[in-house]
Design a protein around this ligand. Sequence first.
Ligand SMILES: C[S@@+](CC[C@H](N)C(=O)[O-])C[C@H]1O[C@@H](n2cnc3c(N)ncnc32)[C@H](O)[C@@H]1O
Length: 231
Amino acid sequence: MSDKILINCSHTDGYPSNQIDAIPEQAVESFAGVGYPHAGGFIGEGSVVLDVGSGSGTDSLIASGVAGATGKVYGLDMTHAMLDKLAANVERMGASNVEPVEGNAEEIPLPDASIDVVTSNGVLNLVPDKPRAFAEIFRVLKPGGRVQLADIVIDSPISDESRNNPDLWAECVVGASLEDSYIRLFEGAGFSDIGVLRRFDYFSGSSSENTRKVAQGFGAHTVELTMCKEG
Ligand SMILES: C[S@@+](CC[C@H](N)C(=O)[O-])C[C@H]1O[C@@H](n2cnc3c(N)ncnc32)[C@H](O)[C@@H]1O
């Protein structure tokens, strides 16, 4: 991986300090999200939550505190290293309502209609088969269930040449979809009430000039979205 194009711009801007202070610093150190999905505000006491691509667990642990003892949080990730970090952070926090789950967003190992709220941060742009992943999210949600997510989308299409450039895979840009198509894919999966809470230039904080340039060239930005599965 070229050192020119490391992203290094993940930060917890947008997160209230009380939420960050309440979780282990080891979770925050490995945070790799791109926005603040909890702006959706859908998680409440007793919610059953699925964090798709939980990583080291910042959002799962925040959800754990809100959902409380009567709630449940599944932290889904396909990477063992991340699941190990999540499990360690769950233990540090004593968050007994969080269950790390190994699996792929394209084939979520949870039953139909079992989840109240799906949250996800900086993950779905990385998933090759987005229609399949979005259909899976729809499947596991209960009728009336909701999605809150932050992700990277782009404004200009990426050429095949750029898509095949392994260096550019290190950016959160190459797997990203045009914002419009991304939203249409969620509509195609059956979601309604799709709303954009916020867009911002996530990459402007990168220490790499090349990353900033590449991201700007494609109009790459964070979008925070909410939507629901009609009940
Ligand atoms: C950019 S990190 C974001 C992690 C976390 N959401 C956070 O905010 O810190 C992306 C995470 O998604 C996971 N991931 C990527 N593709 C996935 C997939 N298809 N299914 C499940 N997890 C996936 C990676 O292992 C990684 O932990």
